[in-house]
Design a protein around this ligand. Structure first.
Ligand SMILES: Nc1nc2c(c(=O)[nH]1)N[C@H]1C(S)=C(S)[C@@H](COP(=O)(O)OP(=O)(O)OC[C@H]3O[C@@H](n4cnc5c(N)ncnc54)[C@H](O)[C@@H]3O)O[C@H]1N2
Ligand code: MOO
Length: 376
């Protein structure tokens, strides 16, 4: 029963278009995806400058030293043939200078520089690295710290990025507490941190985590009131007397894109879209199963909305033994390519020390390659 795991992943990835682009200050764009290229506003470098500390010279030597130019200061006196200025790396070279002679190649006696001119001029000309108008970083790239640095170097104050999708988590369960040590029959919420981390990693904006009792009216009000583009609901995914999500989504005329996935654990997970376009990702309450579901449905959905649909998953050889799921996949924590243990659907301890989760089809044999999901 349910959608094959690899299809479910692709359905979530293809469920939406990236959110529209808008212009934001470059410093605020970290982690967002470029919806248009960053263009060079100001050539790089912006002015002719010295590539070495030494003397900028005009004509043939020996050269008479006429002054000194430091970085951040004007180029100073015009040079005639036979003139030099002492110059610092990054300082603007006088227009007439033909070369910068590094200190190491010069001897200075009585205010005159003596050196043999080498092949290299040691002058970085304006636009040598990048001309004004050139593409600094193409559309589709994630704005990393290096992208920010390259953009500001090229004079860009703003960038055009996809708006990051907003994600809100509704943690359901009378037995769930969000702080402190659980009392009898209680469990401590294990969803907020992984869901927030998966959202951020995929390029989304995690807004909040709200705890709700197993009350259909409270869940209905929270679903109706949420303005997030993606609402994640933990628990309430199954068929128990306190599991209200499916009934509520039917009443709201939501459309299921994925309703159950052929995997263990995590089979009761789902992805639905409300008539107004908001997505609902349903995570099974068992914490390891919920983590599997967050990586199966939430991450590809958020990544696509953010403008960075995931490519094929990496694969690696997986060794060890486990019980496979006939007609579906078994998803197990692996450490150094080895299955970390028998696992289960609740405990997170093996995932906590694993490198990744491996997705094992029912045809998998010890040592065969399998797709890997990165852990948050
Ligand atoms: N008749 C059936 N019963 C169940 C089925 C089924 O197919 N038929 N599937 C089982 C599987 S598999 C799973 S997984 C769970 C999913 O149940 P729910 O999503 O409705 O979740 P709950 O029943 O509320 O809780 C299950 C389990 O997880 C604990 N939990 C819940 N939320 C949290 C949280 N935020 N942090 C930590 N732990 C949490 C909860 O206390 C329960 O122990 O259904 C099976 N049943
Ligand atoms: O899908 Mo359940 O997730 O096996 O505990």
């Amino acid at each position: 029963m349910g959608t094959p795991w690899d299809q479910a992943y692709v359905i979530a990835r293809d469920a939406a278009d990236p959110l529209p682009g808008r212009t934001v200050p470059v410093e605020e764009a970290l982690g967002q995806v470029l919806a248009g290229p960053v263009r060079c506003v100001r050539p790089v470098p912006a002015f002719d400058n010295a590539a070495m500390d030494g003397y900028a010279v005009a004509g043939d030597g020996p050269w008479t030293v006429r002054g000194r130019v430091l970085a951040g200061h004007a180029a100073g006196v015009p040079l005639s043939p036979g003139d030099a200025v002492e110059i610092a790396t990054g300082a603007p070279v006088p227009d007439e200078a033909e070369a910068v002679l590094p200190y190491e190649e010069c001897t200075v006696t009585a205010g005159a520089v003596h050196a043999a001119r080498g092949q290299r001029a040691h002058i970085r000309r304006a636009g040598d690295a990048l001309a004004a108008g050139a593409v600094v970083v193409p559309a589709g790239r994630v704005v990393t710290a290096t992208v920010v640095a390259a953009a500001v170097q090229a004079g860009a104050q703003t960038v055009f990025t996809h708006r990051p999708p907003t994600v809100s988590l509704l943690v359901t369960g009378d037995e769930v507490i969000t702080r402190g040590v659980p009392g009898p029959g209680q469990v401590r919420d294990s969803f907020t941190e992984p869901v927030a981390a998966v959202t951020t990693r995929a390029g989304g904006c995690f807004q909040d985590s709200r705890h709700l009792p197993d009350d259909p009216d409270r869940l209905a009000a929270a679903l109706a009131g949420s303005r997030a583009e993606v609402i994640v609901v933990s628990g309430s995914s199954s068929k128990g007397a306190a599991d209200h999500l499916h009934t509520l989504l039917a009443a709201e005329k939501a459309t299921w894109l994925v309703q159950g996935v052929r995997c263990r654990p995590g089979h009761p997970q789902g992805l639905a879209v409300l008539p107004d376009g908001r997505f609902v990702v349903s995570l099974p309450g068992n914490p390891y199963a919920g983590l599997v579901a967050a990586l199966t449905l939430l991450e590809p959905l958020v990544a696509t909305l953010a403008g960075r649909p995931p490519g094929p998953l990496p694969t690696a050889a997986v060794t060890g033994r486990t019980r496979l799921m006939p007609g579906g996949v078994r998803i197990v924590p692996v450490t150094g390519g080895r299955i970390a243990g028998p696992g289960g659907s609740a405990g997170l301890h093996l995932a906590a020390i694993a490198d990744a989760l491996a997705v094992l089809p029912d045809t998998w044999t010890d040592g065969a390659a399998a797709p890997l999901l990165a852990l948050p």
